[in-house]
Design a protein around this ligand. Structure first.
Ligand code: GLN
Length: 482
């Protein structure tokens, strides 16, 4: 087996047994990236020399000692670019580490490489990047999903052992599903957002992309916890997320939400997810049919709340503080206008306009306030469901990865890509996707993801449930043709 196809856990074992050194690991990884990334374009930039310095002094006895981890280009790493895949941040370099980066470094990991994304994390295909789209390693004529498409593709293509992404409405789970990796969106408040470029502050959460469930637990161990720099991070104790792995599923109740098995979902996806649910039954879990009646409102509510918050968060990109500044402005106001006109791409502008509209006086009550009320109903649906079941099983996406260019002229169709992931962000609960099969389309194998949704701060039980499935199947071992 190639070194770069190893899981984080397997790599650690080799590092601790001194079969390989951290600088050797980094060199193999760089060679693999040079070989495959021209076809994938998962990375926007990398600083090999900075990473090598960290590798040379890495302590392999630490929890993630000597393990390189790729980072979505929306999370600040001191001294590195952080573009959010936007022209408006071209040339900007971070002067501090995000809390998750400080924590990764404290655990011995080496942040290495900046992953491509949809501009400011707005999108479901990574086609909204100002610096070119990322391709799916299973079929390079298809999208990897988004917005964290780069973070998903590099893990799937063995150009990274693991990566970090962010999930506002599905941006970890949907690309992980399309690329065949494990993607975890932690509970809102589990992981600090300090140093993450904000998209929608009440929905954003950082989480890991990995090759296995155990790796997901290892990364979550490292990045979780209360942070005085983020007042929305909570002081819930951080358990060892690997502790419950390997246990059986006796007594576990899984809910199958009626509203997630609907007409219009790709028949191959539906079949794979139903087969996975039967597999859970054979592992001893009890399957219970449940209802989340407000599901149909999730996409509408999301595009009001997320755009409203984005319009406020993106106000700071004015050409004064960081990144791009337009030339030849007549006065300060003109400079703001020109900088934003030149710096933001079409999707970002669309969202700022929509968000400003729903917050404007006269429309606030009809849109924003009403959306907040429906958000409460969506949260209550989950609270009620979790009185009956331990976790919820559903498809991650209604479809497999679509072709590059397929949705570009239809934003509404693109927004539906997250129909099954958005509600978890609105409710603040945790969610995970793991590979559960393949569809065959035009002779190509395309990954299908199974989504598990869990109670707030019950990531440990979600990981345990995911691990039981992973241990008894081999979907996660299959590698893309790239
Ligand atoms: N696709 C959704 C959007 O475009 C979700 C993005 C995300 O989770 N960052 O907003």
């Amino acid at each position: 087996m190639e070194l770069t196809s190893l899981s984080v856990a397997a790599l650690q074992e080799k590092l601790r047994n001194r079969e390989v050194s951290p600088p050797e690991v980094l060199r193999s990884l760089e060679a693999r990236i040079a070989q495959v990334d021209p076809a994938i374009h998962g990375y926007l930039s990398r600083d090999f020399d900075a990473a090598l310095k960290l590798a040379e002094s890495a302590d392999v006895s630490l929890p993630l000692g000597g393990v390189p981890i790729a980072i979505k280009d929306v999370i600040n790493v001191n001294g590195e670019p952080c573009t959010a895949a936007s022209r408006i941040l071209q040339g900007y370099r971070s002067n501090y580490d995000a809390t998750v980066i400080q924590k990764l470094k404290a655990a011995g990991a080496i942040p290495f490489g900046r992953c491509n994304l949809d501009e400011f994390a707005m999108g479901s295909s990574t086609e909204n990047s100002a610096f070119g789209h990322t391709r799916n390693p299973w079929d390079t004529s298809r999208i990897p999903g988004g917005s964290s498409g780069g973070s998903a593709a590099v893990v799937a293509a063995d150009e990274a052992f693991a990566s970090l992404g962010s999930d506002t409405g599905g941006s970890i789970r949907q690309p992980a599903s399309h690329c065949g990796c494990v993607g975890l969106k932690p509970t809102y408040g589990r992981v600090s957002r300090f140093g993450l470029i904000a998209f929608a502050s009440s929905l954003d959460q950082i989480g890991p992309f990995t090759k296995t469930v155990r790796d997901s637990a290892l990364l979550l161990n490292a990045i979780s916890g209360r942070d005085p720099m983020d007042s929305t991070s909570l002081a819930e104790p951080v358990p060892d997320y690997t502790a419950q792995l390997g246990r059986d599923l006796k007594g576990v109740k899984l809910g199958m939400p009626r509203e997630y098995f609907i007409e219009g979902i790709d028949p191959q996806v539906d079949a794979a997810v139903r087969a996975a649910i039967r597999h859970y039954e054979s592992l001893g879990a009890e399957i219970v049919e449940i209802s989340l009646p407000n599901t149909e409102h999730a996409v509408g509510v999301y595009y009001i709340i997320a755009t409203a918050e984005a319009s406020a968060n993106l106000a700071r990109f004015d050409g004064v503080r960081y990144g791009h500044r337009a030339e030849g402005a007549a006065n300060l106001l003109d400079q703001y206008g020109r900088t934003r006109e030149e710096g933001f791409g079409p999707e970002v502008k669309r969202r700022i306009i929509l968000g400003t509209y729903v917050l404007s006086s006269g429309y606030y009550d009809a849109y924003y306030l009403r959306a907040q009320k429906v958000r409460t109903l969506i949260r209550r649906d989950f609270t009620a469901a979790f009185e009956k079941v331990d976790a919820i099983v559903a498809p991650t996406s209604p479809e497999v990865a679509f072709k590059v260019g397929d949705r570009n002229d239809d934003p509404l169709k693109m927004y539906l890509a997250d129909i099954f992931t958005i509600a978890a962000n609105l409710a603040g609960i945790c969610g995970l996707t793991l590979p559960c099969g393949f569809a065959s389309v035009d002779g190509q194998k395309l990954p299908i993801g199974l989504q598990l949704l869990g109670k707030p701060f019950e990531e440990a039980s979600l990981l345990r449930i995911a691990d039981a499935y992973e241990r008894s199947t081999d979907w996660h071992r299959q590698r893309p043709p790239v």
